[in-house]
Structure formats: structure tokens, C-alpha cells
Design a protein around this ligand. Structure first.
Ligand code: ADP
Ligand code: ZN
Length: 286
């Protein structure tokens, strides 16, 4: 089934159509500006990709994913200027006359990795991105988890040793929650330079790995994913994944037992920069 996928990110949008990685073509990239201009450019890009049977959107949030909500599938109260209450599905459904499905960017990336990437064949796994923020997509029993809202596990509270890490965190809601401590801007605020400029030996990487390891331990205790994919600009830094794996095991302290622990639980993504848009394609096919 040929479907269209839209990865709607805070800085850029990626649009493509196809059945999967083999016939995706060159994804169209659009800068995320104000919602009217951005969604107009998305619709124009979709026009050129017509025909398709459905549209999937993997979006930054927070999102309303409740199909019974009178105001529709939309972005809710986002700090991103101008985007609060932007309806994402209905305008595209009206214009193209096909179903439009919406999920979080991280649930999308998880679903894409499950279908074509590092979690193929698994029904229980997680996708973590550590970049501008920290997001977690959770697949349990083959389905992305939604509850009253969608999970926001990037904001889990973690243990911080104020001697090792005096930085108080930058989350505007929680201060030193995981995102407040481990995302790229938190690293930059701690050391006074952009995270990507730090060399691989910088002590911030094992520190960040420790915090991500705490998240992984919590995920293991709550939904017991068989694999945890660690993506994002920070998550894919050399050493961070290994530090997170090691820290997860230290925090679990041998309490969980499984032959699966003989190999790494925390793995790199398999789809690279395409996981977002392929996730959107997967959302469309649901
Ligand atoms: P986004 O989260 O916006 O989708 P990224 O995953 O690239 O995109 O995250 C961007 C954040 O990650 C920025 O704060 C940036 O400083 C940081 N970052 C990006 N690449 C790297 C890198 N190679 N090493 C360390 N930090 C990085
Ligand atoms: Zn927070």
C-alpha cells in the first residue's frame, strides 16, 4: 500500500511517500516555521506525491490523540510559538480525502524501527531519543502505548548526585528531571559550549549515560522491553549507549533475570535519519 508519511519536527519537516524503505524516493525537507505556512508547504509537497491511500504523521507534541475529542487530532499546549492547538489531521483529510493517522514522533520512530530497523520481529521494545529533548516511544504487545495522554517518560525523575553533578537541570517544569539533565541544551548549559563540540573523552558523556541508564532501568521495571533503541544526536554519541547499558544493569542490580541479558538491551537505531519518516509511513499503514 502506497502511503504518505510526515515527520513533523520542531526544526524541520520531512515528507515522503511509498510502501517502505525500498521505494521511498527522496524525502522532501521543509523548515518548520509558523503552522499555517508549514502545513501549506506540507500539503503542496503531498500534492506532488499523490496518489496515496493514507497519511501518517509522526509529530512533536504534546498531542491530542483521542479520536473522540471534538477539537480533533492536534498539537495541544506546546511551548513552540504559534503551534498550540494546531489541528494536524482534519485539514489534510479534507484536502486529500484519505485517512490521516497521528502519533508522537517517538512512537513513530519506534514503529518504524520495529518494522524495518533495529527491533524487527519484536512486540515489546522502546525507542529513546536524546537530542533537543528526551522522548520515549513505547511499544507493548505490538502496539504503541497511549493512555489518558501519551507517555512522557523523558521527564521521569532520576537520581542526581549533587557532588558529581551540581547542575540543577533546565526543565522549565521539573528542573532536574531526565530531560532537564541529559538533553543537548542541558549539556551545553553545563559546560558552556554546544554538546556536539565536546570530544569523546569529556566526562559529561558517562554522566549522561548514567541518567539514560536510569531511564532504561525504569522502562525495564515498568514494561520490560526486549530491546531499547537509543537515538538522537546525544544518544548516538560514542560511549553514551554503552554507559547507559552499564548503568541500567547497575541500577537493576541483578533483580531482573533473563537469558536476554546475555546480550545488549540498549542498541543503536537501524534506520538512521530515516526512522522518523519511515515511522510516519508505518503510522499511515496502521
Ligand atoms: P532533534 O532532537 O532536534 O530532533 P537531534 O537529535 O540532532 O535533533 O538533537 C539536537 C540536540 O542534540 C542539540 O542540543 C545538539 O547540541 C545535540 N547534538 C546533536 N548532534 C550531536 C552530537 N554529535 N554530539 C553531541 N550532541 C549533539
Ligand atoms: Zn521535565
Amino acid at each position: 500500500m502506497r502511503v504518505a508519511g510526515i515527520e513533523l519536527g520542531g526544526t524541520k519537516v520531512v515528507v515522503a511517500a511509498g510502501t517502505g524503505p525500498d521505494d521511498l524516493g527522496d524525502p522532501v525537507r521543509i523548515a518548520t516555521t509558523d503552522p499555517v505556512a508549514t502545513m501549506q508547504a506540507v500539503a503542496d509537497a503531498l500534492e506532488l506525491l499523490w496518489p496515496f491511500d493514507a497519511i501518517g504523521i509522526a509529530s512533536f507534541g504534546p498531542l491530542c490523540l483521542d479520536p473522540d475529542d471534538a477539537d480533533g487530532l492536534r498539537i495541544t499546549a506546546t511551548p513552540k510559538p504559534g503551534w498550540s492547538q494546531t489541528r494536524l489531521a482534519a485539514p489534510l483529510a479534507e484536502r486529500f480525502g484519505v485517512p490521516v493517522r497521528l502519533d508522537t514522533d517517538v512512537n513513530g520512530a519506534a514503529l518504524g524501527e520495529g518494522r524495518w530497523g533495529a527491533a524487527q520481529g519484536l512486540r515489546d521494545f522502546a525507542y529513546i531519543t536524546v537530542g533537543t529533548g528526551v522522548g520515549v516511544g513505547l511499544v507493548v504487545n505490538g502496539a504503541p502505548v497511549h493512555g489518558l495522554l501519551h507517555p512522557e517518560a523523558g521527564h521521569l525523575l532520576v537520581r542526581r548526585d549533587p557532588v558529581r553533578d551540581p547542575y540543577g537541570g533546565h526543565c522549565p517544569f521539573h528542573g532536574d528531571c531526565l530531560e532537564g539533565l541529559a538533553c543537548g541544551p542541558a549539556i551545553a548549559a553545563r559546560v558552556g559550549r554546544p554538546a556536539e563540540e565536546l570530544d569523546d573523552a569529556h566526562p559529561v558523556w558517562p554522566l549522561v549515560g548514567d541518567y539514560i541508564g536510569q531511564l532504561c532501568a525504569s522502562l525495564m521495571l515498568v514494561t520490560a522491553p526486549r530491546r531499547i533503541i537509543l537515538g538522537g544526536g546525544v544518544g548516538q554519541r560514542p560511549g553514551v549507549r554503552a554507559a547507559a547499558e552499564a548503568a541500567m544493569r547497575i541500577y537493576l542490580a541483578g533483580y531482573l533475570q533473563s537469558p536476554a541479558f546475555e546480550r545488549d538491551i540498549v542498541v543503536p537505531p537501524g534506520l538512521g535519519s530515516l526512522s522518523g519518516v519511515l515511522g510516519a509511513i508505518t503510522i499511515a499503514r496502521k
